[in-house]
Write a protein that binds this ligand. Structure first.
Ligand SMILES: *Cc1c(COP(=O)(O)O)cnc(C)c1O
Length: 323
C-alpha cells in the first residue's frame, strides 16, 4: 500500500488529534436486519455526532492539522450540507472565522443550522462546482484555507478513524457497506479495513441518479454529471476532474459499487424508523436499503455505516403519508 500517501499511522494520529472533539460512536447489532438478511448486521451510528453526521471527523482532523497562522485567517468550504456544518462547528469550537459556500439545492434545514453555528453563508449557483469556484476566490483574496469535503489526505484519515473503531468494537466484521459520493468516507474506512485484513469486503452504495464516482470508475477517469434531485441529497456533487486521492483509492479498495433505485433508499429509511425508531437521512439509509434486497448475499458479519440524520421534516412527513 505504498502508492498511497495516507498511512495507518496518519489515521492513528487523526484519532488522537480529534479525540477532544469526537466521541466514539456506537456499533449496534441489528436483530431485525439480521433476521431479514440472514447475516449478522451491525449498524455504525455516525448520526450520533453533535453535528448529526460523520463529516465532523475529517473536518476536525484537517483544521486541527493546520498551522496556527492559517487557522487564524480562517477556513472556507463548499458543501451540500453536512461537511459545511462540520467545518462551521469545528471553527466555532476553535474560535476561528468560517465562510461556507453552498449551492441553491441545499435543503433549508441545513442552511439554518449553518447560520446558527455563526458561519458566514454564501449561496452560489446550482452545483457544488460553482460553490467550489467561490471558495478558491476567498482563498486568493483573504488567505482562508479551503477545507475540501473528501479529496484531502487529512480528511480521509479522519474518516478512516471509523475503521479503527469498527475493528475495536467488533474484530469479526468481514464486510462494510458504505454510502458513496466523493469517496472520502469509503477511502478512509476501506484503507484501514484492508490494511488490517485484505479479505474484508468493501461495498459502496450510491443512488442510480447521478452516481458520479461509479460513472467515473467506468470511464477510467473522473467525469462530470448533471445533478438530479434524490432522497439521498447528501450523496450529490462531483468528484472533481482533478481528483487526487479518492478516485484511485476507491478504485483500489472497493470490491463492488452498487447503484440503487430511490425506492430502495426509501425502504431503508422506513425500516430504520419502524424497527429501530431511528430517523436518519436518505444518504444514511442507503446501505440498509441495499442490505434488504441482498438477502443471503452478504458476508457473515457485516457493518453498515449509517452516516447522518440531517433530513427535512417535510421529507419525513411525505414518506410516512405514502407508506
Ligand atoms: C458526505 C456524506 C456521505 C458520502 O461521503 P463521501 O466521502 O462524499 O463519499 C454519505 N452520507 C452522508 C450523510 C454524507 O454527509
Amino acid at each position: 500500500m505504498d502508492d498511497f500517501s495516507v498511512s495507518l499511522r496518519d489515521v492513528w494520529r487523526a484519532k488522537k488529534r480529534i479525540a477532544g472533539i469526537i466521541n466514539q460512536t456506537p456499533l449496534i447489532y441489528s436483530e431485525p436486519l439480521s433476521q431479514c438478511t440472514e447475516a449478522n448486521i451491525y449498524l455504525k451510528l455516525e448520526q450520533s455526532h453533535p453535528t448529526g453526521a460523520f463529516k465532523l471527523r475529517g473536518a476536525a482532523n484537517k483544521i486541527l492539522s493546520l498551522e496556527e497562522e492559517a487557522q487564524q485567517k480562517g477556513v472556507t468550504t463548499f458543501s451540500t450540507g453536512n461537511h459545511g456544518i462540520a467545518v462551521a462547528y469545528v471553527a466555532a469550537e476553535l474560535g476561528i472565522p468560517c465562510t461556507v459556500c453552498i449551492s441553491n439545492r441545499v435543503p433549508a434545514a441545513k442552511v439554518n443550522r449553518l447560520k446558527k453555528l455563526k458561519a458566514v453563508v454564501e449561496k452560489v449557483g446550482s452545483s457544488q462546482d460553482d460553490a467550489a469556484d467561490r471558495c478558491r476566490q476567498l482563498e486568493k483574496e483573504k488567505g482562508m484555507t479551503v477545507i475540501k469535503p473528501f479529496d484531502d489526505k487529512e480528511v480521509i484519515a479522519g474518516q478512516g478513524t471509523i475503521g479503527l473503531e469498527i475493528i475495536e468494537q467488533c474484530p469479526d466484521i468481514d464486510e462494510v457497506i458504505i454510502p458513496l459520493s466523493g469517496g472520502g468516507l469509503l477511502s478512509g474506512i476501506a484503507f484501514v479495513m484492508k490494511s488490517i485484513d485484505p479479505s474484508t469486503r468493501i461495498t459502496g452504495v450510491t443512488m442510480k441518479k447521478s452516481s458520479v464516482m461509479l460513472e467515473s470508475l467506468g470511464h477510467g477517469r473522473p467525469v462530470r454529471l448533471e445533478e438530479e434531485d434524490t432522497l439521498a441529497d447528501s450523496l450529490l456533487g462531483g468528484i472533481g476532474l482533478d481528483n487526487h486521492y479518492t478516485f484511485s483509492l476507491t478504485k483500489k479498495y472497493m470490491d463492488e459499487g452498487v447503484r440503487v433505485e430511490e425506492k430502495v433508499i426509501e425502504n431503508g429509511l422506513l425500516f430504520l424508523m419502524e424497527h429501530h425508531k431511528m430517523i436518519v437521512e436518505g444518504a444514511a439509509a442507503i446501505g440498509v436499503g441495499h442490505a434488504l434486497v441482498h438477502k443471503g448475499q452478504l458476508q457473515k458479519n457485516t457493518a453498515i455505516i449509517v452516516t447522518g440524520n440531517n433530513i427535512d421534516h417535510e421529507v419525513i412527513t411525505g414518506l410516512l403519508r405514502q407508506s
